[in-house]
Design a protein around this ligand. Structure first.
Ligand code: PGA
Length: 250
């Protein structure tokens, strides 16, 4: 059985004092869950979040990284830097980074390789736009993004990748993919991995759904056969709401 990974993506929200308060509150509410709980926080919250999450079952992730170790890349943070302060997860290729910060399938692939090399758990985002979905291109887009992201990885590395299927039209819009559509898309991603690495490897890959996940729809989505948890934006900013999502199966 694959584990369920439920990750909050705070995006550009939360000051350190808010992060500390959030974690102290959330911790009490999720301490008994079997699900993996991750908070992907802004860089400026990482230090405080890790200190406050020590001894709890909350793991801390970042939202981006650079693929080089060091160098003249003003404003960037390397995977080694994240690892050195105790970060365990990193989001790679979120659609907002692809859309606003020129992230490409190629940079996603470079970042993914580096994250795995240093032992971070990568959460790689793929997803189609509304236009692509309406043109019947959704499958092509998400399987191609997946294939390019994992290109050149060894089978034992692919097993460690977490993929988040996030239809762009569902992010921050309140519109959620139906549980059937989301499950179907996740299955297509898994099928692509079967094609390249075989059934055994593909069965081990965690594939989440993301896009307007909230406490009222988490259960029906996460109980689908192929959906292994979620990447949660807006609803991860309130501890009670995020705790309900984490505890969807309680
Ligand atoms: P949302 O964001 O839950 O606010 O739709 C999800 C994401 O962008 O990861």
């Amino acid at each position: 059985m694959r584990r369920k990974v439920i990750a909050g993506n705070w995006k550009m929200n939360m000051l350190p004092n808010e992060a500390i308060e959030f974690i102290q509150n959330l911790e009490k509410q999720v301490k008994d869950t079997q699900n993996e709980v991750v908070l992907c926080v802004p860089y400026t919250d990482i230090f405080y979040s890790i200190l406050n999450a020590q001894g709890t079952n909350i793991k801390i992730g970042a939202q981006n990284m650079h693929w080089e170790t060091t160098g003249a890349y003003t404003g960037e943070i390397s995977a080694e830097m994240l690892k050195s302060v105790g970060v365990e997860y990193v989001i790679i290729g979120h659609s907002e980074r692809r859309q606003y910060f020129a992230e490409t399938d190629e940079t996603v692939n470079k970042k993914l390789k580096k994250a795995l090399e240093v032992g971070l758990n990568p959460i790689v985002c793929v997803g189609e736009t509304l236009e692509q979905r309406e043109n019947g291109e959704a499958t092509k887009v998400i399987t191609s993004q997946t294939e390019k992201a994992i290109s050149g990885l060894e089978a034992n590395q692919v097993e460690k990748v977490i993929i988040a299927y996030e239809p762009i039209w569902a992010i921050g819009t309140g519109k959620t993919a139906t549980k059937e559509d989301a499950n179907e898309a996740v299955k297509q991603i898994r099928e692509k991995i079967v094609e390249i690495y075989g059934q055994n490897v593909a069965e081990r890959v965690i594939i989440q759904y993301g896009g307007s996940v909230k406490s009222t729809n988490a259960k029906e989505l996460f109980e689908m056969s192929d959906i292994d948890g979620g990447l949660v934006g807006g609803a991860s900013l309130k501890p009670d709401e995020f705790a309900k999502i984490v505890n969807y199966n309680k």
